[in-house]
Design a protein around this ligand. Structure first.
Ligand code: HEC
Length: 124
């Protein structure tokens, strides 16, 4: 289990992981599923790390309505997203910073599906 950034209220990396699990279950799991696999109407959170490599990908993830409006402070949301990318993607932490989260979530996407489609289009 990768160490996460220090989160207020979490005394250790293990505590931070437990807090991220808690936050995921309460804020995201009801829609995206306990294992992040999603459903017919909600996208899976597994295998989306390629989005981060695209221009605008990080902002897209932060501005998607379920993320931008999550009832969590920026630092907890940053830690939760890192936990998702480590545990559901089995790759690397996305290393979100609270300041990056704060800036992006201030303007939630009005049309997330169009934004997602634009991300998938090759540049040019
Ligand atoms: C009310 C249900 C709901 C909740 C709660 C929710 N989401 Fe979502 N999420 C969606 C739907 C539906 C989409 C597809 C885009 C859209 O219509 O908003 C989505 C899209 C996403 C995407 C983009 C996936 C892609 O492939 O484009 C990410 C990342 C994401 N959500 C993460 C989260 C996280 C993290 C949380 C918790 C903080 C969360 N969501 C809470 C329903 C939800």
């Amino acid at each position: 289990m990768a160490a996460l950034a220090v989160v207020p209220g979490a005394a250790s990396a293990a505590d931070a992981d437990a807090l991220a699990v808690h936050d995921y279950l309460l804020s995201c799991g009801g829609c995206h599923g306990l294992d992040g696999a999603g459903s017919a109407r909600v996208p899976s959170l597994r295998g989306i790390d390629h989005l981060l490599a695209r221009p605008g990908g990080r902002a897209y993830v932060l501005r998607v309505p379920g993320v931008a409006s999550a009832p969590l402070p920026d630092v907890r949301l940053a830690a939760l997203l890192d936990w998702i990318f480590v545990n559901f993607q089995n790759r690397t932490a996305a290393a979100f910073r609270a300041s990056e989260v704060a800036a992006a979530r201030a303007t939630p996407l009005v049309d997330p599906k169009a934004a997602r489609a634009a991300l998938e289009r090759p540049p040019g």
